[in-house]
Ligand binder design. Sequence first.
Ligand code: LFR
Length: 469
Amino acid sequence: MKKTCNLAVDLGASSGRIIAGYTQDGRLHLKEVYRFENRIVHKNNHFCWDIGKLFAEMKKGIHQSREYGFKPVSIGVDSWAVDFVLLDEEDNLLTDAVAYRDQRTDGMMEEVFNIIRKEELYFETGIQFQKFNTIYQLYYLKKHRPDILKKAKTFLMIPDYLHFLLTGKKVNEYTNATTTQLVNANTKKWDKKILDKLEIPSEMFQQIRMPKSCLGKLRPELAEEFGFDMEVILPATHDTGSAVVSVPETDDTIYISSGTWSLIGIETGFPICSAKALDCNFTNEGGLDYRFRFLKNIMGLWMIQEVKRNLNHRYSYADFAKLASMERHFHAIVPVNDDRFLKPENMIEEIRNACLENNQPVPENPGQIAKTVFESLAFSYQQAVEEIEQIFHKRFRKINVIGGGSQNELLNQLIADKTKKEIVAGPVEATAIGNIAVQLIAQGKIGSLDKARKIIRNSFDMNTYTKTE
Ligand code: LFR
């Protein structure tokens, strides 16, 4: 007999995963049923995501879950934030899924500030300033492709669009919608005032729906193709929103969701838009049950992903960690959050140039380059921890590193050494776990977020690191 499960589709910048989750003996269990490569492609002069491939791969994953002996009862999609597609009145794609690292938003943020004051934007939305936020992507279209905006009838973010392809229902999920910098942090609705000021048509935005909402069953033709039907349930479709569901809720812990990006912060019950928070560029992204993710984006493992690509994938991530740990006496720090690292032509050259310009030793080999990346990340985390402690006027005892990056033992140790805090590493699959947990809560199989977090804590291994003497 097939085993009932919930499917999480977790799309990341470098890979997509379809993961089956189920509870047994009071624990949550996962099985990765399909994984595929994702990357940015060059299309029509822009860096884009291949949205057609994402959907095709997702369907393969759904088929594959049956091969593994599962009977999926529901599915939910999460991905990175801010990116979107626009549809015309016949629901055809009007735009490519342009990737946030594309240069089209260069200079757009400054232009928007001429129309809306930076402080006003922050106090209305609570969202950090990143030049790639949806607001600046849409402002680019308004300025350079008004023809497209005129024809646009529907705005959908990446998971929204995939949910639409699955069900035919068009909605904007809340946690991802907040990352556009167009949702009011108090009303939790699209901020018409901002949209009107920027002359972005507000009619194309859909109703904002909360995670745990059920969108309904698959389109009949898909159910037929798969040979079974299932519910589509909204998880926190922003991957970081799903990941933070997996963080054990304790008062004295800061989390780092560590993947392509490192997201460092804490969960709060309300948005914090103080002058200091604005100054340090912290964000207040919407979360499950209207909680907020008060966090800061740090450039993250993207830097090492790019170094790996520059070296034609000759080294694995484990190789980089090993080579870096052999470079005991090499130390160099670069300002990882500098925009120069967002999408440089060659990451290795960019790191070396940054070292030169900042009077740091210049890394010469892969081990030294990796060491520079890891030490610079740990340094940046430490700065963010200090900022959080200043903003909250309290000291935190632990840091919980979650996500793929939590497997990097060298980095975990560097964080422990730099911050002098206890580091708890895991769960690795935090995003998929959070996605599945929300589906289970929606189906009444887990009572609440608190209960889900307890189950998660008891289901997955965690490792602890403390400062080396
Ligand atoms: C992480 C993430 C971050 C977001 C960045 C860009 O995958 O979702 O939270 O700031 O990608 O979308």
